[in-house]
Design a protein around this ligand. Structure first.
Ligand SMILES: Cc1cc2nc3c(=O)[nH]c(=O)nc-3n(C[C@H](O)[C@H](O)[C@H](O)COP(=O)(O)OP(=O)(O)OC[C@H]3O[C@@H](n4cnc5c(N)ncnc54)[C@H](O)[C@@H]3O)c2cc1C
Length: 525
């Protein structure tokens, strides 16, 4: 007899854990959470500034993209969490909500009920912000939100002094004021990583009605007469069936969620037929519209003296700005990492991991205390890509492409950010630390050279979204209640449903989406 639950949730990342916690509040609900990764997490997960040690290990899916045509055919390394908590267990904890114009645009494009005003109560429901700098911040929610300023590193303060010296306004809270420089608010509790594992998933499991299975991979959604009735998953090499009497909620992230739908015969008919899969339910948008914020690592700078020890998430400060005046939301985000975990040896590790598929040693020993770096992220990218099945073997990663740089304006705006990063390093504030730029370096000067450097170096911000988008157009996969269109008993609650990426880091908005998914289910919508 198959195991039977009321709800089955695929994935324990921000989407899945949040839904598990809220559905678990229903005392009579019996819930199964399936997680492909491990639940056995190293101490480095809990220490906020040690996130660099988690990349490329077994906790990272470490995808390698398809060759990117606009990047001279280069493939791009794409990190994603593979463990309890998903990306939340490896993320940098920057807590940034979507801007009002981001969500209002979702509503304008057909996602009725998803304006910023509609979504605000669900951001608030998730938050317990300890300071009072944002009048709309939530209090009493599961996620503790602290101000990085409270434990700030002196080099982070220098970054803010430099931005102010250049004329950028100082912002108290990025979730209250969109444009300017400031300290990030962080998802941390008592100096340790917060994340959905501690704030949502473990408390949900502790209630007793949520069963969490780790190292089990969902391989197929069972569809009977237009209704999703359960999930097949791999456990110790055996295929196991679990039945859902009420709903299945897929939250595998923007790469794995479309892959699971495709493996289940839900997607574009031609792609399914090409792989010899029966078309169970045709939905042409599955895997389309996949996108991310493109990110540069650099410019790098070397200080005359070693910086103070790492604090908080090492990425405590940032500058959100517009590439041109008149934009409703910033399209540029430049953060500072005050102890650079990257360098040639790190990139050598990336190549080794992607070529061998084997996790590599920790990168902790690669850190140089003199070196800092800016992380320029383009937060309103125009390029769009796709996720496709590479094989019908569920253990094979999907083909992914964000099509980075396909829209030339994306490359132009990354060049703008390199120039801003250089200006920041040249301020009196940073010159007082004896800062010298070590990358891109003195040979990269003209716009043409900068474009070439950006093309050779741009990568992923690991903010994957959009591949099962919400909406009403031909390519929409879910409706505004996050139900897979044309099927019963199946919802999606992760980054894949975003129609367009917000001008913000994505974790906070995915938790908000999942809060809403649970509310729709609980209220019978
Ligand atoms: C290194 C890094 C740093 C980041 N920093 C920030 C930051 O500072 N701020 C921010 O806002 N965002 C940040 N992000 C992005 C953020 O973590 C992601 O947007 C978010 O985790 C995505 O949530 P999700 O629920 O869509 O999917 P995921 O987090 O990817 O969770 C999906 C989960 O489902 C599991 N899964 C997948 N397929 C299956 C299957 N078939 N069966 C069972 N389980 C499955 C996965 O293992 C995973 O645990 C960062 C991401 C990374 C990787």
């Amino acid at each position: 007899m198959p195991e039977t639950y009321d709800f089955i949730i695929v994935g324990s990342g921000p989407g899945g854990s949040t839904v598990a916690y809220r559905l678990g509040e229903l005392p009579d609900a019996k819930i199964l959470v399936l997680e492909a990764g491990t639940g056995d997490l190293p101490e480095a997960v809990s220490v906020p500034w040690r996130w660099n040690e988690l990349l490329l290990t077994d906790l990272d899916w470490a995808y390698n993209s398809a060759p990117q045509p606009a990047l001279n055919g280069r493939r791009v390394y794409s990190a994603a969490g593979r463990c309890t908590g998903g990306g939340s267990a490896v993320y940098h904890m920057m807590h940034v909500r979507a801007k009002p114009a981001d969500l209002d645009a979702w509503a304008y494009n057909g996602c009725a009920g998803w304006s910023f005003a509609d979504c605000l109560p669900f951001y608030q429901r998730s938050e317990n912000q300890l300071d009072n700098l944002n009048p709309t911040a939530g209090k009493g929610g599961p996620m503790t939100i602290v101000n990085a300023r409270d434990t700030g590193n002196p080099v982070s303060q220098t970054f803010l002094d430099a931005c102010v010296e250049l004329g950028y306004p100082l912002v108290q809270d990025f979730n209250a004021t969109a444009f300017g420089c400031g300290w990030h608010h962080l998802d941390m509790r008592d100096g340790r990583r917060g994340g959905v594992l501690t704030s949502y998933l473990l408390p949900a499991v502790a209630r007793g009605n949520v069963t969490l299975k780790t190292q089990v991979r969902a391989t197929r959604l069972l569809i009977e007469n237009g209704r999703c009735t359960g999930v097949e998953y791999l456990e110790n090499g055996q295929t196991v069936t679990a039945r859902a009497e009420r709903e299945v909620i897929v939250a595998g992230g923007a790469m794995e969620t479309p892959k699971l739908l495709l493996l289940s015969g839900i997607g574009p008919a031609d792609q399914l037929q090409q792989h010899g899969l029966a078309v169970v339910h045709e939905l042409p948008g599955v895997g389309e519209n996949f996108h991310d914020h493109p990110l540069l690592i650099g410019p790098f700078g070397r200080m005359a003296e070693p910086g103070a020890d790492p604090r908080a998430n090492m990425t405590e400060v940032g500058l959100f700005w517009g590439s041109e005046p008149g934009l409703p939301v910033p399209d540029l985000e430049i953060c500072l990492v005050h102890r650079a975990p990257f360098g040639d040896a790190f990139f050598a590790n990336v190549v080794q991991r992607l070529q061998t598929g084997q996790p590599v040693a920790s990168v902790a020993q690669l850190v140089d205390p003199h070196v800092i770096l800016t992380l320029p992220g383009l937060v309103r990218p125009l390029s769009r890509g796709w996720v496709r099945l590479a094989s019908t073997d569920p253990t094979v990663p999907p083909d992914i492409s964000c099509n980075f740089g396909a829209e030339p304006a994306d490359i132009d705006r990354l060049v703008t950010m390199v120039k801003i990063g250089r200006d920041i390093y040249r301020t009196r504030a940073f010159q007082a630390l004896g800062l010298v730029e070590v990358g891109p370096g003195p040979d990269v000067v003209t716009d043409e050279q900068l474009r070439a450097w950006v093309t050779d170096n741009v990568g992923s911000y690991y903010h994957f979204v959009g591949s099962c988008k919400m909406g009403i157009d031909r390519l929409a996969v879910v409706d505004n209640r996050l139900k897979v269109r044309g099927l019963e008993g199946l919802r999606i609650a992760d980054g894949s449903v975003m129609p367009a990426i917000p001008a913000a880091n994505t974790h906070t908005t995915i938790v908000m989406i999942a809060e809403r998914a649970a509310e729709f289910i609980r209220t019978g919508n």
